[in-house]
Structures are given as structure tokens and as C-alpha cells.
Unconditional design. Structure first.
Length: 94
């Protein structure tokens, strides 16, 4: 009878080890849940960025803001226009 109790106790300890620390155990599950949460946050950030870029593409396709964007980003000046650059006191070099 003692042998049976000893074997069952060892079997129970072995199963507990696998449950807590083995492959597919609680520790691995918690780690995977943290990774999933971090990835979901990253996906949300990327989805917001994609929406913003899609809106910008639609604006550029429709022609709204193309000239304004060319002026602002590329410094383009239209035909017959004069370019003036205004500097703040902080931007002036001594």
C-alpha cells in the first residue's frame, strides 16, 4: 500500500510540474497573453497610422491640397509669384 501511495504522490508531483512550468503550462500561457496584448496594442497603432495615410492618399487623389502641400513641403512657388521667408527672432542667426 505504501508503494501505491508513493507512486501516486510522485505522479501527482510530476503532473503539477508540467502544469505550472512545463510546455503549455500556466507560465507559458501568461507569457503568451502578454505578447498578444502587446501585439494588439501595436496593431491598433498601425491601424490608426494606416487610416491617416489612407485619408491623405484620398486627399491627394482628389487634388485637394496638392498645391498647398507642394508649397509647404517642397517650397514650390507658382508662376508670377514672389517668395518671401519670414523668420522669428529665434530662427535668425547672429
Amino acid at each position: 500500500m505504501r508503494w501505491l501511495i508513493t507512486i501516486l504522490l510522485l505522479l501527482l508531483l510530476g503532473l503539477q510540474y508540467r502544469l505550472w512550468w512545463g510546455e503549455g503550462g500556466y507560465r507559458e500561457r501568461a507569457r503568451l497573453e502578454r505578447e498578444v496584448a502587446a501585439q494588439q496594442l501595436r496593431n491598433q497603432e498601425l491601424e490608426a497610422r494606416n487610416r491617416k495615410l489612407a485619408e491623405e492618399v484620398e486627399l491627394l487623389k482628389s487634388g485637394i491640397g496638392v498645391e498647398e502641400r507642394a508649397r509647404r513641403d517642397l517650397g514650390l512657388v507658382g508662376e508670377g509669384e514672389q517668395f518671401y521667408m519670414l523668420l522669428d527672432d529665434r530662427e535668425r542667426k547672429p
